[in-house]
Design a protein around this ligand. Structure first.
Ligand code: RRO
Length: 367
């Protein structure tokens, strides 16, 4: 990839027109919405909301896998559009069952055998939004079985397409250990891991109307955007220290600036995706993010992400950058001086009034 930043499988990745816009931006690759065997309209509306978090933006969604079906994402209409942009095109799969995933891999392999320019498959094991279907990445027995069968799929193996696995966020050390052990067991076939999907089953509440703010699943949905950033950094770091080095990590979660991308790479990501920022800002976000990341790298004298990828250090007091005194304690502004002046004046006036009243009181007593 010319640029290490591209779209996550999420909003605005389901139609060829969106994918072509990603391809004509500075994004390094184009990733489809997670496909199912049959097309799906998804969950009831409203199912995607922006959350304002004091100057940053987050999101909640319960889209429910709306997509045009696998044949669309490996078919001529999409391929002609995305290939014309010159960017690598990746297909995300999220079957409703193991059998569906295996059938979709057969169709991807058949398309590739017919010359389709698909560069990789990202198998999504972490959709939190299908009623009655728990998140696969939290069920390690199911995850083990799926990866065993997917990696043994003969036609897909013959296609030699790189295979990636999209994971849910983990929060506990034994879970990182187990997920990575399952993935490392297939290091001959799994090329990358994408981390993280949204934090599932969050709830956004409208306190005035006293109701949930999205309709499906009683209002529960996947939390995305800025509220995810530290969880994404931690997951990328934990995976980086456990996965065998041949498996790359694609970091996703809370990427709204080049600084966010830089930090994910520092934790170990070899590439970075963004969903909420792309949804809110459109494909122009990739030009901005790439420019911001380049600016940070230039300032630090880095010419490649290899110069800092994975090189997060432990805390070291001697490296703490001291803020300049002026910046640490800004001088009182003009407005601040005015405020102090008025506070002082009001206090003086009140003392004067009290003194006058006291004199008047004594005068009355004397009379
Ligand atoms: O479509 C969705 O509801 C969805 C998917 Br497939 C996913 O992987 N993650 C997410 O937050 N929403």
């Amino acid at each position: 990839m010319d640029c290490c930043i591209y779209n996550a499988s999420g909003p605005k990745s389901g139609h060829v027109s969106d994918l072509v816009k990603v391809g004509t931006s500075r994004a390094g690759a184009i990733l489809s919405k997670s496909a199912t065997l049959e097309r799906r309209t998804g969950n009831d509306l409203p199912r995607l909301k922006k959350i304002d978090v004091g100057g940053s933006e987050a999101s909640i969604n319960s889209e429910g896998l709306p997509n045009a079906g696998i044949d669309y994402y490996v078919g001529n209409k999409v391929l002609e559009g995305v290939v014309a942009t010159g960017k690598p095109y990746l297909v995300s799969l999220s079957g409703m069952s193991l059998a569906d995933n295996l059938e979709m891999l057969t169709r991807v392999a058949a398309a590739v055998a017919n010359g389709a320019q698909i560069k990789a498959v990202e198998l999504n094991l972490a959709c939190p939004n299908i009623p009655g279907k728990p998140t696969v990445a939290y069920d390690f027995d199911q995850m083990r079985d799926i990866l065993k069968q997917v990696t043994a799929h003969p036609e897909f193996a013959a296609s030699e397409l790189p295979l990636g696995v999209k994971l849910a966020p983990y929060f506990d050390v034994p879970h990182y250990d187990e997920a990575c052990a399952i993935i490392n067991a297939h290091a001959d076939r799994i090329s990358f891991v994408t981390s993280i999907n949204t934090i599932g089953n969050a709830l956004l509440v409208d306190g005035e109307a006293e109701m949930a703010m999205i309709a499906p699943k009683g209002g529960f949905g996947g939390l995305g955007g800025s509220l995810l950033k530290q969880v994404a950094l931690a997951n990328v770091r934990q995976l980086y220290t456990r996965l065998v080095p041949s498996i790359d990590i694609v970091g996703v979660g809370g990427v709204a600036t080049g600084q966010d991308a830089f930090e994910l790479i520092l934790c170990g990501a070899a590439a970075v995706q963004t969903a909420t920022t792309y949804w809110l800002e459109g494909a122009e976000c990739f030009d901005r993010l790439a420019g911001e990341l380049e600016g940070i790298m230039a300032r630090k004298g880095y010419t490649s992400i290899k110069d800092f990828r994975g090189k997060l250090g432990v805390f070291d007091q001697s490296k703490v950058v001291k803020e300049p005194a002026a910046a640490a304690k800004p001088k009182a502004t003009k407005g601040g001086n005015d405020a102090a002046f008025w506070q002082l004046s009001t206090a003086s006036l009140m003392v004067a009034i009290a003194a006058l009243l006291y004199r008047e009181f004594q005068h009355m007593q004397g009379a």
